[in-house]
Design a binder for this molecule. Sequence first.
Ligand code: MCN
Ligand code: CUN
Length: 787
Amino acid sequence: MTAVEQPETPLGHGNMRRKEDARFIRGRGTYVDDVTLPGMLHGAVLRSPYAHARIVSIDTSAAQAHPKVRAVITGETLAGLNLAWMPTLSHDVQAVLATDKVRFQGQEVAFVVAEDRYSARDALELIDVDYEALPPVIDARQALAEDAPVIRDDLEGRTDNHIFDWESGDAAATDDVFASAEVVAAQDMLYPRVHPAPLETCGAVADMDAVTGKLTVWTTTQAPHAHRTIYALVAGLPEHKIRIISPDIGGGFGNKVGIYPGYVCAVVGSIVTGKPVKWVEDRSENLMSTSFARDYHMHGEIAATKDGRILGLRVNVLADHGAFNGTAQPTKFPAGFFGVFTGSYDLEAAHCSVTGVYTNKAPGGVAYACSFRITEAVYLVERLVDVLAFDLGMDPAELRMKNLLRPEQFPYRSKTGWEYDSGDYPTALRAALDLADYPALRAEQALKRERGEQMGIGVAFFTEAVGAGPRKHMDILGLGMADGAELRVHPTGKAVLRLSCQTQGQGHETTFAQIVGEELGISPDDIDVVHGDTDQTPFGLGTYGSRSTPVSGAAAAVVARKVRERARIVASAMLEVSADDLEWEKGRWFVRGDVEAGRTIQEIALAAHSDLELPEGVEGHLDATCVYNPPNLTYPFGAYVCVVDVDADTGQVTVRRFVAVDDCGVRINPMIVEGQVHGGLADGVGMALMQVMAFDEDGNHLGGSFMDYLLPTSMECPSWELGETVTPSPHHPIGAKGIGESATVGSPAAVVNAVVDALRPFGVRHADMPLTPAAVWSAAQGTPLRT
Ligand code: MCN
Ligand code: CUN
């Protein structure tokens, strides 16, 4: 126990403070940019000023002549190594350095390696690129026009900018429901292009050892093992000759799932120069060229009875994927998990179609706490429910309560084929409404409206599907989404857990130790979690889609249980009784009916490494490994209530209150869960009110700095009011569901619903994010802005 109270919960240490904070709060973390190797050189990327242009020629001679420059690499150099193009995570290819054309502003054109970072940057300006500007495609709605310029003329036989068509649900049944419905409400809405904007930008230090032939890359990655395999495939090296180290990461939020050209250039730079090469991008490079999120143009329709029973949903989406289809998501899901757009409601039929297009913008699409497009899906359905409430003149909370899935319907198979594992939705919504004192808020609003003051109350309910995934259904580039875990208990009863996932701030070193601690009765302080180094950890697909707890967390529990069973055999040898006669209580095996006769896990660990005679075929020591292939996703859910005050004269929105009731099943560390929720709620306020990656018609990026691309601070956020319900996942070994993205998924709709509700006296039924003062003011004037 420390000075701060750490209450004992069913999961042992519960709110244990984060082990990793000991180094973080002292400024003693080790990030990629902290890695310094002897003789290390520095790389810098030359980027395209054009959104779309043909490269006529590149003259690097002046840069080569710079006294501190060691190498200048162009697309042509890479083409000679067959590395000018690399595979994306969505079975497309992406230019590492452009050879033929540039396809978005900020695209990588050349890479300079110099003795220091400043010289590398200076030398960029000495490179002379002759571009022939081409008309850009910026608006996704124009991408499929007859006369639209073809962006991906590198792909054989390409005559348009179409990427994919994907659909889900039953079109005919949905059309029938709509044809006979009493009420149909429709709404166009945009989920704008946004950016995860982690505080630490992306970077890598690559070190190719010419003697051993081993490549070591310290890099900002959320998925070290997946990266290693992709490097192996691209470079033709065996995996054991590649070591990916993901040290401390200053936030990922999905931005660090993919492989960026800069990483590959650092590797090539090291091969070419024979020295380690560091490349770390700056803020503008991060915002302009790395994985964006969303950019979904959605048309939604909702069918209902006059008294507000929801019957069906029909949705068309135009998805802007930028210049390369680089979304990070399971292969069979080109629109991610958008298929869960039926949300939390019991309805008769649903159908959606999604069309993906190329535009002259940075690639990406799945990032920023997205749960693989569930952010878009939840926003869509939660806005549609509010639009329906508007049309019917019903209270939006009451409309939701009337249509939520009921507890007895679980496990629930949705109309688009997802099996929700568990849930008690009405209880969560009631809890949120109680916490907010919803009736009092509506009464206050009525009073204020009489005075001409605009107050809004927004309600949102969400269901997520996280924990990808059953490997039968989910893979990334052919790699099945299962996770390994290894646990070693030392003779003194202290343990090391090795994991394939990689924390970026979620506190894995603490919570995974808590999982094993709970299973074995070893203090989490005595369990070291090793992660983020492919030489030291078992294979697995990494941290994104809130999959660490559902998949690696399950692996940690399973591997600990294997060790516990091994300990039982050792204890039976120690106590000279049959293993069947032993019973477990946290931390020790004892003889059934004789509580005194037992051995603690620490005693057993020592004996397992001693001269104790073990039964035939039983190995000594106390170790185990496992690979966890989840049987299903986990389905966390939550109910949110947001209260805003809007100044209709200035368009200024103040988020006054935010109530969030989350259910992520069993909470391993409630304090960490609350931290995750706090962060996600702030994300939601940011997206709803201030964030958009905007472009002008020439494709110039208008959000390349934090002056233009705004991050919410404590000034814009209220003091969050959290509640919880606990509905364990029936298939997860400890009943936990993911939480890392829940609040980002659920909160934007709550904020937008609140602002639109505030503007009700002006007849406003919908307004697109971000609800900046200009957008709010325009909406109140009856002339909504379109991004
Ligand atoms: N947890 C818990 N009990 C549960 C569920 C989770 O105590 N029932 C704890 C976990 O043990 C873990 C944390 O909460 O310490 C988040 O767990 P999980 O929901 O499994 O999510 P991941 O660890 O897989 O994290 C990924 C998720 C994603 S996809 C994004 S995006 C995001 C997020 O986490 N990026 C983050 N939260 C972030 N938080 C920080 N600080 N930095 C990021 O980059
Ligand atoms: Cu989609 S952002 Mo998180 O899955 O790393």
